[in-house]
Design a protein around this ligand. Structure first.
Ligand code: SF4
Ligand code: SF4
Length: 117
């Protein structure tokens, strides 16, 4: 994979948001107060785990996500976002699957990244 600068990755994600509307974003409950994630954005899952509100629904969509997936989106709690949000990398397998679920092309195709043969 061709490494992207943080600014380039952020720009790509602002026109996507697919992973924020695909996966359950769960974490050890104490992460929420430690990061300052607002209570209104957190749902309890088990005595030890919580998730971002909306991501445990049948059609997941994080409550912090605004905008239209695949067009323009923003994260309302970007500075406080949970560890699973930080783990997804532009172009990795979770990114690819999330984009496919929303009918978006893999990034290598979308951005015409040259493939060495
Ligand atoms: S699916 Fe990939 S490109 Fe889209 S927001 Fe998530 S990490 Fe960014
Ligand atoms: S907190 Fe932000 S980055 Fe994490 S799933 Fe929600 S909208 Fe996406």
């Amino acid at each position: 994979m061709i490494p992207l600068s943080a600014a380039a990755a952020s720009s790509i994600c602002q026109s996507c948001g697919a992973c924020c509307a695909t996966y359950r974003v769960s974490f050890y409950w104490a992460e929420a107060p430690e990061r300052g994630i607002p209570d209104a954005m957190v749902e309890p899952l088990t005595p030890w785990h919580a998730c971002l509100r909306g991501t445990n629904d049948a059609r997941p969509r994080c409550a912090a996500l605004t905008g239209q997936v695949g067009v323009h989106v923003a994260c309302g709690i970007y500075a406080q976002r949970a560890s699973p949000c930080r783990d997804v990398e532009v172009g990795d397998e979770r990114c690819r699957r999330a984009r496919a679920r929303h009918g978006l092309p893999p990034l290598a195709d979308a951005f015409a990244v040259p493939v060495l043969r």
